[in-house]
Structure formats: C-alpha cells, structure tokens
Design a protein around this ligand. Structure first.
Ligand code: NAD
Ligand code: TYD
Length: 358
C-alpha cells in the first residue's frame, strides 16, 4: 500500500509527510512543483528514508500524473498542493486559477481514470482527500455562529474563490462518478516550516530581527488558529474513518483578534529571546493600510469531526505557539534559506505601498 500527496514540500504537506513517516511504515509518494513556497529543506530529516519518494512536478501535467499513479498505485491521494496566500492572490490571481482550479481538475481527472481501472476491493477502499480552507464560506460578523458543513460557500478573495471552485469540482466528481472524495475545510494553521509570508511566522521573524510588525487595518479581524500537527492528525483520521462524499470542518476552537495574536507572539519573544533595546517586542507593532476586501472573521463549528470521528485538537494556542516560536529560534538555517531573493521582493512589494496608519 502507498499514498500519494501533492504539495508535500509546503508547510502543511511537509508536516504531514514528516508525521506520516514517524507514525507508519506505509510508503508515501510526494509530488510538488517546488514553487517559492515549496522547500525540500523542510524534508531534510527524512532525505535518506526509502519510505518517502519525491517527484518534482506540476499537478497541471496530466501525463506526469498518469505515470505516477500507474507506477506507484496509491490507495489514496491527499491533495495539499495550492497557491495559498491571500495577499499574493490579490497581487496576481493567475497562478491561483491555474494551480487551484485547473490543477485540481487535472488531478481529479487523472485519479478518476486510474481509480476506474482498479479491481473492486481497491476501488472501494480508495480515497481522494480534498484539503481545503474555511475561507470558502466567506466572512462572519462578531456575533454570527461559526460556519458548519451546511454553510453556503461565499468566497471573497481570489484565493478563496479558487479553492471554492476546486471544492465544487471535487464534490461534483463524487456526485457524478461516485469518485470517493472527502473534503476538509480547515481554519488558519500555524507551526514549524510555515513560510514567513503568513501572519504568525512573519511576526516571529520580524520580531527576532527587531523589524516592525505590520498589522493590517485596526487589527480587530478574527481568525481561528489550529496547530499544524493537529490538522495533520485530523487528515489522517478522515483518511482512516471519514465518510465518502462528506465534508468535515477542522478548527482549533481558538478565535483570536490579529492584535491579540501578535501580542501573544511578542510576549513569547520577550520571554524566549529578549531584545536589550526594547522593553517589549510590542513596541514594534505598527498598524498599516488594510488588505483590500479583508474578511473580518472566520470560525468553524468542529462538532461533526469531533462527534463522528473522535478527533480533537491536542495543542492549546499557548502550547502550540510556544512550540512554534521555539522551532523558529532553533532553525535559523531554515529561515536564512527561505528569506532570500524572491522573499525580499515579495516583502518589498506587499509592504512598501502600505502607509502606517496609527
Ligand atoms: P503552502 O503554500 O505552504 O504550500 C503549497 C505547496 O504546494 C508548495 O510546496 C508548492 O510548491 C506546492 N505547489 C504549488 N503549486 C503546485 C503545482 N501546480 N503542482 C504541484 N505542487 C504545487 O500551503 P500550505 O499552507 O501548506 O497549504 C496546503 C493546503 O492546505 C492548501 O491547499 C491550502 O489551501 C490548505 N489550507 C491551508 C491553511 C493554512 O492556514 N495554511 C488552512 C486551511 C487549508
Ligand atoms: P494570513 O496569515 O495571511 O492568513 P489569512 O489571510 O488566510 O487568514 O493572515 C492572517 C490575518 O493576519 C489576516 O486577517 C490578515 C492579517 N495580517 C496582518 O495583519 N499583517 C500581515 O503582515 C499579514 C501577512 C496578515
């Protein structure tokens, strides 16, 4: 038996691959295009493990997909590969349409053909996990109940719209072809190996360098945070026990305002890496022009996955954030590698034009 993951050199995919190797003997094939967000350095600890087989390739490449499936005969596909950053989708939506929509379509189509040729037992045991986001549901007001699996899709950024389109395609393959798709919609992840364009690693890295901590708008926007290891465990649970055709929301029951999140990072930096020139890292917080179309609040009701599959997050925000800050403190080589050329141009472009507003 073997499983195939896409995007396993990215943040969540790499954590999933590392956890998989730690917890099972089953081979894992990992196909990744190695965009700016993909990094084989995140997988260096398993470089000598024959259980992990890396293929450099694009999910838009139908013939490569067909040959990987033919050669490795996986029992499941876990689809992580995506363009994943909202701000980049605002600056350049093309690659989001290409990878998230066209790429998901090509992967679904290649996998459906492969699955159609399996024997009865292998066909009935096969699973395709569509790893998605809570952002497909749109934004909530402060008093609204969290999204559940029946909530209407109402995406509002090019990123979330492209993920919503991919989810619809995946679901249509279940309804039309009985292709065994399960969709997971997860809230914001944080943890080791996250590319420092996203809020938490950006704040840790800027804070360590004594650079400013740019908070969009008034910082009152709310996100639900889940430690990446808990997300990976949820996906393993869905793969093992999830109902074909179903959707599961995954989250940390941990809603925080962005200001609250950045303050929590600052408190840990004050404790774990004090800066003699600052009383607190909070002095570095700076409010800047808002993100266009900035969704106010995301939150998900996780009752379904907790009640029917028995999954629960194991990390609190305090314990998960402490592990995360500690990981970045211990991994300066990984940081140095990812904050090179392309990263600098992105930071310059995204933040240069934002005026300080407070
Ligand atoms: P990431 O941006 O860190 O990694 C994406 C990976 O996909 C990279 O390794 C990249 O090289 C690869 N990739 C991109 N285009 C590709 C292509 N055309 N072919 C093959 N590989 C390609 O993303 P992430 O944060 O690890 O997210 C993984 C998945 O989880 C995404 O589908 C995302 O929508 C979803 N998700 C993320 C979060 C989050 O908070 N990060 C929350 C919920 C859901
Ligand atoms: P992000 O990590 O990009 O995830 P998402 O937009 O998918 O939720 O951003 C999390 C929140 O933090 C979001 O409300 C935007 C905000 N944010 C900032 O205030 N400053 C920043 O520099 C970044 C990257 C994000």
């Amino acid at each position: 038996m073997t499983i195939l993951v896409t995007g396993g050199a990215g943040f969540i995919g790499a954590n999933f691959v590392l956890d998989w190797i730690r917890s099972t003997d089953e081979p894992i094939v990992n196909m990744d295009k190695l965009t700016y967000a993909g990094n084989l350095g995140s997988l260096s600890s398993i470089a000598d493990k024959a259980q992990h087989h890396f293929v450099h390739g694009d999910i838009c490449d139908s013939s490569l997909l067909a040959s990987i499936l033919r050669e490795h005969t996986p029992r499941a596909v876990i689809h992580f590969a995506a363009e994943s950053h909202v701000d980049r989708s605002i600056h350049g939506p093309d690659s989001f349409v290409q990878t998230n929509i066209v790429g998901t379509f090509r992967l679904l189509e290649a996998t459906r053909r492969y699955w159609g040729e399996l024997g009865d037992d292998d066909r009935s045991g096969f699973r395709f996990i569509q790893v998605s986001t809570d952002e497909v549901y749109g934004a909530l007001g402060l008093e609204d109940p969290p999204f559940d699996e029946m909530s209407r899709y109402s995406p509002s950024s090019p990123y979330s719209a492209s993920k919503a389109a991919a989810d619809h395609l995946a679901r249509s393959y279940f309804h039309t072809y009985d292709f065994p798709v399960i969709t997971t919609n997860c809230s914001n992840n944080y943890g080791p190996y996250q590319f420092p364009e996203k809020l938490i690693p950006l704040m840790i890295i800027n804070g360590l360098r004594g650079d400013s901590l740019p908070i969009y708008g008034d910082g009152k926007n709310v996100r639900d945070w889940l430690y990446v290891g808990d997300h990976c465990q949820a996906i393993q649970t869905v793969l093992a026990k999830g109902e074909v055709g179903a959707t599961y929301n995954i989250g940390g029951r941990c809603e925080m305002s962005n200001v609250g999140t950045v303050e929590a990072v600052c408190s840990l930096l004050d404790e774990m890496s004090p800066n003699a020139e600052l009383t607190s890292h909070r002095e570095l917080m700076s409010f800047v022009d808002d993100r266009p179309g900035h969704d106010f609040r995301y939150a998900v009701d996780t009752g379904k996955i907790e009640g029917s599959l028995g999954w629960h997050p194991t990390e609190s925000f305090d314990s998960g954030l402490r592990k995360t800050v500690s990981w970045y403190l211990d991994n300066s080589d990984w940081i140095a590698e990812v904050v090179s050329g392309e990263y600098r141009s992105w930071i310059d472009m995204n933040y240069r034009s934002r005026a300080s507003i407070k």
